[in-house]
Write a protein that binds this ligand. Structure first.
Ligand code: MSP
Length: 726
């Protein structure tokens, strides 16, 4: 086993307070860090905040304070929440810290000295929200987030990314484990194969950033600044021998955990910067999916966030941690709902683990005065099951299959519970001697208690607070100091005096769901109008607009940006409505409603009195409105039916720059065979949705005929895959 493990989360933008979407990445990292430590590995877990860039500068301006005051406030909120969640990060880096600035400038100077950074001029479309140049025409929306891009023309420093095309491809080839899962790896490889342009790595139009050494009117590109945190936090750029030693010990990182939308930055730019600097490359980048709420990515700008604090107040940190790891299949998108959370809490934690612990330990209290009994033998089936669980759980966790690993443990919990019920140690069968009864009870209760010890050691990284309570109730002391490496069967010593017993997971109150919803409503009644800014302590609050709704929800969007996100949400809703329509008329009605509610004269957009914008011109839409919808040519590579869904087909379509999955309600009009190879038109910038448990990334266009079957839009001439329809 490796003697050290260095893992990182992305550093979080401080233009918005944390929510359970951002919490997700950090909780997963914490679980991995805790498990590594439990296995005796010297682990370093880094997280932090990304505090520079135009987005933050603008948020601070709107909040009426300096960027530093603004970032101090939000960074403190992140730390406070991470601490409440029991996250065991070893360091928290802020990109505004001197140690970081020093390291970034050192790397920039080194790359310049080595000839990888040069000065040039550039005009392009910049997406402020994603802090990235994007390849779209002026005024067009960002393909990633749908927000309108800005034309930026500047004299900049450039990084010779183009020089690394071949080296990167060779590296991916030689290190298949570098990017996981496979889908992300394929996306990254296609992106690099499509050709790499040199990257602009400085800006003169903003001040809030790290100055380019020796040319201070430029600040360093925020993504270059941010990525370098992974080395500055462990000492890069410092002359202090202790820092140098730490850097040498922990670099390269063993694992960067990232959300799927930022794999390109971590798997293309970051390794290229490191190669240019002559530094070793991280061993792996693992991308997870998104936490969806109300069926789209949870984010402030969509107005669909849930704050972690609400769940902590009502159910506690372990409930949230367990839900995130168990309910979301790592790597895929997963949905959050209060109902699902409470359901998991009650069935798995209160009735499952909590109940098993309580009944076993109470009986040891009653029949053996609270002392683990001497046992003649243990149940061989449970023993075997526990041993297999240790192995199965280990394999699952090594492969980031957290949900699977927990499922295996909960199977064991159910088996031990069934074993107790079947043997009913509380019964006193007639004709059995007191001695035999005691022996039988000892066997049953020792078996159950030993299984609980093993279960608790395994799930400690996921639900540390509950595991600590149970460990001490088992009489084993402080789990945080325990050696959890060796948890072979039989480790619980007879004669161990149980600790004080008490409930571990009391059942959730009946009104838990409504309480959480109420707290959320109270704390988060609306979405910020222009960006993701939330009031920060000591900072003037920004005006707020109403929460984004579904297709038909009445609302009063006040800005172009909030209308964009509303249009996204509405398009999402339309995609689902069409896919789930039981007949064509229903689909047509859904489209008509969409037009009426979002684009027509009676629309929400037209109803906005305070923001005269192109969308509000009578019953017509403007070219700007149309430009928000990214229509592209895609080619169908895979088509198959979705089990138990008569109308749905699962398609994998190629867009040239990426391959994605789309679910379409066209199964009654086309067979899968008819579709393979066909070029179609899709709405490429729809937020992903889940239909029948499958993620749909976009929507295809088809004519909807009254009483007839849908007819796919297509072309008479051959067109290039990925081409945009304008
Ligand atoms: N600052 C950059 C990262 C720089 S790393 C050198 C950034 N920040 S972020 O705040 O927008 O996102 C940070 C992480 O939070 C990402 O991994 C992102 O995927 C994750 N999440 C934000 N919302 C999320 C969900 N709704 N669901 C799951 N993760 C999400 O990108």
């Amino acid at each position: 086993m490796a003697d050290k493990f260095y893992l990182t989360t992305p550093i979080y933008y401080v233009n918005a307070r944390p929510h359970i979407g951002t919490t997700y990445t950090t909780v997963v990292a914490d679980v991995i860090a805790r498990r590594k430590r439990a296995l005796g590995v010297d682990t370093f877990f880094l997280t932090g905040t990304d505090e520079h860039g135009q987005k933050i500068q603008r948020s601070a301006e709107k909040a009426g304070c300096s960027p530093q005051e603004f970032t101090d406030g939000v960074a403190a909120q992140f730390r406070a929440l991470w601490d409440r969640l029991g996250l065991t990060y070893d360091d928290f880096i802020r990109t505004t810290e001197p140690r970081h600035k020093r390291g970034v400038q050192k790397l920039f100077a080194l790359l310049k000295e080595r000839g990888y950074i040069y000065k040039g001029s550039y005009t392009g479309q910049y997406c402020v929200s994603d802090e990235a140049f994007v390849d779209v025409p002026p005024g067009a929306p960002c393909p990633e987030c749908g927000r309108i891009t800005e034309t930026i023309s500047e004299e900049n420093y450039f990084f010779k990314l183009s020089a690394f095309e071949r080296t990167l491809l060779e590296f991916y080839d030689a290190h298949p484990e570098f990017i996981r899962p496979e889908t992300r790896r394929n996306e990254v490889i296609s992106f690099v194969k499509a050709g790499l342009k040199d990257l602009s790595v400085s800006r003169t139009s903003i001040q809030w950033g790290i100055p380019v050494p020796g040319d201070e009117k430029h600040v360093i590109y925020v993504w270059m600044d941010a990525l370098v945190n992974y080395i500055t936090a462990i000492g890069y750029g410092s002359d202090d021998p202790k820092d140098i030693a730490r850097f040498e010990k922990y670099w390269p990182a063993d694992l960067h955990i990232v959300g799927k939308e930022i794999t390109r930055f971590h798997c293309v730019y970051w390794p290229a910067f490191l190669m240019a600097a002559g530094l070793p490359l991280p061993k792996s980048v693992v991308a997870h999916g998104w936490l969806l709420f109300e069926e789209s990515k949870m984010s402030k700008s969509r107005g669909n966030i849930v704050r972690a604090e609400t769940i902590l107040d009502v159910l506690g940190a372990d409930a949230l941690r367990y839900f995130l790891l168990r309910e979301v299949v790592f790597g895929q998108d997963g949905s959050f709902s209060f109902d699902a959370l409470v359901q998991r809490y009650n069935s798995d934690l209160a009735n499952g683990y909590g109940n098993l612990v309580s009944r076993t330990l109470t009986m040891i209290g009653k029949y053996f005065d609270g002392v683990v009994p001497e046992f003649p033998t243990t149940d061989s089936l449970i023993e075997q099951n526990a041993t297999e669980t240790v192995t199965g759980f280990g394999h699952a966790f090594e492969g980031y299959a957290f949900s699977k690993g927990l499922e295996v443990v909960w199977d064991l919990i159910a088996n031990v519970d069934g074993f107790l019920t079947a043997h009913a140690p509380w019964k006193e069968p007639e004709g059995i001697s007191a001695d035999t009864l005691r022996q039988q009870r000892a066997m049953i209760l020792y078996t159950a208690a030993e299984a609980i010890r093993i279960i608790t050691a395994l799930i400690y990284p996921v639900i540390p607070d509950a595991a600590a309570k149970v460990w001490s109730q088992l009489g084993l002391g402080d789990i945080h100091k325990a050696d959890l490496k060796n948890i072979a069967w039989g480790g619980l010593r007879p004669g161990t005096k149980l600790g004080e017993l008490g409930p571990v997971f009391p059942r959730a109150e009946k009104d838990a769901i409504s309480r959480m919803k109420e707290i959320e409503e109270k704390n988060n009644p609306s979405v910020p109008a222009q960006d993701e800014t939330q009031p920060v302590p000591g900072v003037r609050a920004v005006p707020l607009a109403p929460k984004a709704g579904t297709i038909a929800a009445p609302a009063t969007p006040t800005t172009k940006e909030s209308r964009t996100s509303r249009l996204h949400a509405a398009l999402d809703g339309l995609a689902v409505a069409i896919a789930e329509s039981t007949n064509e008329t229903a689909a047509v009605v859904a489209v008509e409603n969409f037009v009426k509610d979002n684009l027509g004269s009676g629309s929400q957009a037209a109803a906005a009195p305070s923001a005269p914008a192109p969308a509000e011109v009578g019953d017509k839409i403007t070219i700007d409105d149309f430009a928000k919808v990214e229509l592209r040519v895609a080619q169908i590579k895979v088509a198959e039916r979705v089990p138990k869904a008569d109308k749905l087909l699962r398609l994998e379509v190629d867009l040239g720059y990426e391959q994605r999955q789309i679910l379409a309600g066209i199964a009654e009009a086309y067979t899968p065979e008819q579709l393979i190879g066909r070029k179609i038109v899709i709405v490429a910038n729809l937020a992903p949705r889940k239909l029948r448990g499958l993620e749909s990334n976009g929507m295809l266009l088809a004519a909807s005929l009254e009483g007839g079957k849908p007819v796919l839009a297509g072309f008479l001439e051959d067109v290039e895959v990925g081409a945009r329809l304008k």
